[in-house]
Every structure is written in structure tokens, then in C-alpha cells.
Design a protein around this ligand. Structure first.
Ligand code: NAD
Length: 319
């Protein structure tokens, strides 16, 4: 039987990268996984550790520490490499240092002849996805940021708890920047095709009020900080989110996921990578079905896009 070799290269084998790698292995999502890190020994140790779990995996996988030439025939290169914020360091200085990390990574990947899809998780993810697109010269449809996929998963989990319904039957999104200006377009949220606005309006109203929904939105926005205070970093949720995006790409699923994608006048926006529901398949970002937002939601969305454009322009010295 001839089988396509699904190959993923992971750059950055820290907490996020390895949570993703572990999810790939447990879900048998690829056939070959290459680990790259500036700390080569770390990548080698992680490859050994994962290989020792292969005996218990559902299918075999070739896992090894490699270098950028291994990207040549990869389907997806996933970037989780980054530097941590220093005490008293400004947001812009951190962004500049992570941009320098990306410059050192993207150049050798493109030189390898890589012709697949970039998937970026490093923060600030919307800015770094846009930078990846600019540095690589790739068609923007083949550059994806993890966007608000994780935030949307958090929202669906919390709404599922509140309404006592399986999160998979909750159709609600977090859109905009993966960060402070993200928001939930509540007017578009449905449970089993019923608008959430209708559910909240009917008696008994105690459990689903606008106050409870606003509180839940804040909880989603602040979740990363709460987790970081408790255990220093967040990684399992984003690892699973990246695995979900990978599955949609390699399986050519045409699944709708709120990745960070470049807008070409959708929602009246351009020159921005931002989290919106996108159809994701083998060629990356397919069609972007625009949500029918309320006026207030439109204002929030444009404000979020403007924040991202300003940050990107500051980074590129165009402020
Ligand atoms: P980490 O410090 O554990 O790992 C970072 C890794 O990058 C390290 O192994 C480091 O050696 C490597 N690295 C640094 N510079 C490199 C270079 N030039 N080339 C190759 N490798 C290099 O950090 P982490 O907890 O894994 O977080 C990684 C990134 O993911 C951070 O930017 C974090 O903010 C982000 N993150 C994003 C989301 C999301 O929803 N998008 C969620 C959580 C974390």
C-alpha cells in the first residue's frame, strides 16, 4: 500500500512545542516529526523521550532531532520558538527580540526549499504570523497563526459548563487579536442552532444572563494570566489547539477554525493577520466566511485590527 508521508517539522521544543509533539504522537497525526531547537541537546533529549513512548502509540512515527534542511519536503513547519519576557522589558522590546528569533528561523527554512504551510504559535501570534509571511514571501493562505483557536476552545468549554451542554454543540467564537482586544460576537453564538440571545431571554433566566456571559468572556481573556500565575506557563491547551489545526490541514478537512489569517478586505479589513473563523484544509486557509456582526461588534473588531496594525508598524519602524 502506498501511503503519503505526512511530515511535520517543529521549531522550538519548549513547553508549548513539546505539548504539541506529545499530542501529535497520541493522536497519530503524522508519520514523521522533526524537532529543531537552538538548544540542539534539548531537541535530541525530547526526541529520545518521545521515541520511548512509541511502543504504546496507536501507530508508528519517525521522530528525530534535525536541522533546517529537513524542512525541504515537510508538509507543515510549526514555530513555537521564542524568548521569554525579561524583568522591566517593554512589550515592544520583547516583540523585537522575538522578531529577531523569527528572522534567524524563517531564512534557513525558505532556503531549504520548503513549500508547505507555516503554522505559528509564538506570541504575539498575530504579529509574528504576519512577519513570517513577509519574511518568507509565501502566499498568505499558507501562513497560519494559532489565532484565537485556544480562546475559542476555552469559551466553548466554559459555555458548555454554564449551559450543561457538550462544548462540541456550542457554536461560539472568540475573534480578533489573540490578546487584550479579543472579544466574543455574542449575536452570532448558537447552541444546537438556537441563538444564545434567545436562550438567555427565556425563563428561568437565572443561569444565563448577560452578566454571566460578560463574566465568562472576561474569564476567557484572562485565562492565560491566571494559569501563568499558578504554574508559570500555559502549554497543554495550545498544544491540543495546534494538533487540531494540523489535523485539519493534513486531513484536508475544510474545518472552520478561528486561526489568525491575512484578511483581503473581509470585514472591510486588510494589512492585518487576525483571528477569524476560516476554512482550513490541505492548502491552508480557504474561504473566510464573514460573520454578520452587529454594529458594536464591528467596532470592536476594527479596534482590534487597528491595535495589531499599530504594533506591526511599530515593529517595522513605520510608526
Ligand atoms: P519555552 O521557553 O519553554 O520554549 C521556547 C523554546 O524556543 C526553547 O526551547 C528555546 O530554546 C527555543 N528557541 C529560542 N530561540 C530559538 C531560536 N532562535 N531558534 C530555535 N529555537 C529557539 O516557551 P514556551 O512556554 O514553549 O512558549 C513558546 C511560545 O509560545 C511563547 O512565545 C508563548 O508566549 C507562546 N504561547 C502561545 C500561545 C498561543 O495561544 N498562541 C499559548 C501559550 C504560549
Amino acid at each position: 500500500m502506498i501511503r503519503d508521508n505526512r511530515k511535520v517539522v517543529l521549531v522550538g521544543t519548549g513547553m508549548v512545542g513539546m505539548s504539541y509533539a506529545y499530542a501529535l504522537l497520541n493522536q497519530s497525526l503524522c508519520d514523521e516529526l522533526v524537532l529543531i531547537d537552538i538548544d540542539r541537546r534539548r531537541a535530541e533529549g525530547e526526541a529520545m523521550d518521545l521515541n520511548h513512548g512509541l511502543a504504546f502509540a496507536a501507530s508508528t512515527m519517525k521522530i528525530y532531532a534535525g536541522d533546517y534542511t529537513d524542512c525541504e519536503n515537510a508538509d507543515i513547519v510549526v514555530i513555537c520558538a521564542g524568548v521569554a519576557q525579561q524583568p522591566n522589558e517593554s512589550r515592544l522590546d520583547l516583540l523585537k527580540r522575538n522578531a529577531a528569533v523569527f528572522e534567524s528561523i524563517i531564512a534557513p527554512i525558505t532556503r531549504s526549499g520548503f513549500n508547505g504551510i507555516f503554522l505559528v504559535a509564538t506570541n504575539p501570534v498575530d504579529i509574528l504570523a504576519r512577519l513570517t509571511c513577509s519574511l518568507s514571501g509565501f502566499n498568505p493562505r499558507r501562513v497560519i497563526g494559532s489565532g484565537t483557536v485556544l480562546d475559542t476552545a476555552r469559551l466553548r468549554y466554559l459555555l458548555g459548563e454554564l449551559l450543561e451542554v457538550d462544548p462540541r454543540n456550542v457554536h461560539a467564537y472568540v475573534i480578533g487579536e489573540h490578546g487584550d482586544s479579543e472579544f466574543v460576537p455574542w449575536s452570532r453564538a448558537t447552541i444546537a442552532t438556537r441563538p444564545l440571545t434567545d436562550i438567555c431571554a427565556e425563563p428561568p433566566r437565572g443561569y444565563c444572563t448577560w452578566d454571566s456571559l460578560r463574566a465568562l468572556e472576561t474569564e476567557v481573556r484572562d485565562a492565560a494570566q491566571v494559569i501563568i500565575r499558578a504554574k508559570r506557563a500555559t502549554y497543554y491547551g495550545i498544544g491540543m489547539s495546534l494538533a487540531r489545526i494540523t489535523k485539519a490541514i493534513l486531513g484536508d478537512e475544510n474545518s472552520v477554525l478561528t486561526v489568525s489569517a491575512k484578511l483581503f478586505s473581509e470585514y472591510g479589513e486588510h494589512d492585518v493577520f487576525v483571528g477569524v473563523p476560516c476554512v482550513i484544509g490541505r492548502n491552508g486557509v480557504g474561504r473566510i466566511h464573514e460573520l454578520d456582526l452587529s454594529e458594536e461588534e464591528f467596532r470592536s473588531f476594527h479596534a482590534s485590527c487597528e491595535t495589531l496594525r499599530t504594533s506591526y508598524n511599530e515593529l517595522r519602524g513605520r510608526a
